[in-house]
Design a protein around this ligand. Structure first.
Ligand code: HQG
Length: 181
């Protein structure tokens, strides 16, 4: 499969597993898993293509495993808007984390902090380069904010790390943010 086709299928899989499973007749369990065969049927794709996307995905967005019932299942590692409980443990974050976003929303973030919007968590990156890439998805000028994760953890904010290395927290009050990364 060429790169473009792979990205297209990855986006369809993300949409199906994170945002619109019900529209496709899929019913994820409480932790977001659906049988691989159901996803293949819903998206009308073959197993080799799905495997190629899971294995070759630049951000390791998907996990495939055999469930307790012996059925192979798949879920998105993060980024859901449907209600799921990923069961990620609370972990100690590194002292600093980063958030890349559009320069246009900087004033709003300064005023009210980072909100999770339609997703379950605010997404933070472990390094500046990744944060810059995330912000660049919006088009236009990018800003990278530094998050004082150590202070947040000290103050009782919980952090989780998704299977693909994205740092997740409920919200980041403005006082923990500083411009630049
Ligand atoms: C912004 C991709 C105004 C926030 C990425 C962001 C990530 C505010 C947008 C993952 C705000 C939400 C998530 C406030 C937050 N005022 N704007 N107070 N608080 N925002 O897409 O972090 O490719 O839900 O800055 O790599 O951009 O999908 O979050 O711009 O890991 O796997 O509200 O999505 O992963 O946008 O990206 P998003 P995000 P995938």
């Amino acid at each position: 499969m060429d790169h473009r086709t792979m990205v297209k299928l990855s986006k369809r899989m993300s949409k199906a597993l994170r945002h619109e499973p019900y529209r496709l007749g899929l019913t994820p369990d409480g932790a977001g898993w659906v049988p691989v065969d159901d996803l293949l049927a819903a998206l009308r794709v073959g197993r080799p293509d799905l495997d190629a996307v899971v294995a070759g995905n630049d951000k390791q967005r998907f996990a495939v495993e055999r469930g307790p019932d012996g059925v192979e299942r798949i879920r998105a590692n993060q980024g859901h808007s449907i209600p799921v409980e990923l069961g990620l443990p609370t972990v100690e974050p590194p002292p600093l984390l980063y958030h890349g976003t559009a320069a246009a929303v900087l004033d709003s973030i300064r005023a009210t902090g980072l909100h999770r919007g339609g997703r379950h968590h605010v997404h933070l990156s472990a390094d500046v380069e990744t944060a810059r890439r995330v912000g660049a998805r919006r088009g236009g000028p990018v800003v990278v904010l530094t998050v004082d994760a150590a202070a947040m953890a000290r103050d009782g904010h919980a952090f989780h790390r998704s299977a693909n290395g994205v740092w997740l927290t409920d919200a980041v009050p403005a006082r923990y943010l500083s411009p630049g990364g």
